[in-house]
Design a protein. Sequence first.
Length: 378
Amino acid sequence: MKKYIYLDNAATTKASDETKAAAELYADMLFYNPSAAYAPALEVKHKLMEAAQTIASLLGATKEEIIFTSCATESNNYAFECGIKNKKGNIVVSATEHASVYESALRLKSKGYDVRFVRPDKNGSISPEETARTVDENTAFVSIIHCSNETGAINDISAISSAVKKICPKAVIHSDGVQAFCKIPTDMTKLGVDLYSMSAHKVGGLKGVGALYVRKGFNMQPFIVGGGQQNNRRSGTENVCGIIGFANSAKAYKSKAAQFDGNKFREIFINALNGKADFTVNGNGKNSGYILSLSFRNLRGEVIAHMMEDRGVLIGLGSACSAHVRTNRVLEAMGVDRSYAEGSIRISFCPQTTEEEVNYAAKALADSVSELKEKIQG
Ligand code: PLP
């Protein structure tokens, strides 16, 4: 198989050594059902509790506040289905949410809820002020993404939740933390949220594993009912390999992330393109160093991505989970002109990405867009 430089880590990451070791151990030697009563099964159950403790410690939370799910899409759906206490209140979400939040909100709208969207600024950030203007004393539920999967724009969730609580102290606050967890500070004692979603496969875990933080004292009814696993909060035999791999992998990822400087990589790309292309950087305010979103005027993102693939570099086109949708809802909400929006690509890093890879990929991108422009003009 051809070897590629992989720069689409916001879509998914390669499984870490910790994940592979857990898969091997808990699929084979310790394959037991954690709900069984014999000693080796109890050992597995104990390891699951340790995994909850590990995730909790990365969040400044307790293990009782962690529920494992089948993915962050489930965590987000769960938050909307079971997190709304005041059924008569309105729902406030940002216009920059991942599809799993956005569609959950639209489903509630179709059921008659008053759903309001907070507009981002031109950098894709959601400000506490704009959020405060959108909520009112009847707001029941607020969901604001922590770090945008499209642009990497970071929202100040702590300031947003304080602003919300001044106007509607009883509103439930949820944040989708998928692109933030292990990459930027995610201390639940500071963010002021009730619910927070995470996904394993963005930090070296397996696909099909997620988690939802539920603040202690928040009465969350189960979304999936059945055998009563996870203290009756989420039924279904636990994905032992995936959960333990997720916890060990997240811990390792976070310690590597402490030394990672993605802004240096963003600069390498931007410098390589300056003077060679007509482009904008989407999300140039307070941004994650893991994601670089670029839009090229009058070019097509998918053509650029194919040219990059031919040069041995894999990049994204915005959210992989919504790649079938032609218009980019998030960029549109930010006011990115259509002549640019259609030429959008997303480059995303992980702590293992090397400068050598980035130098090669940046040159490949500059060459690809120059070639494309020549073809169009000639
Ligand atoms: N939320 C964000 C911000 C994401 O980037 C993604 C995946 O791309 C999800 C939710 C969905 O995660 P999962 O693939 O675990 O369902």
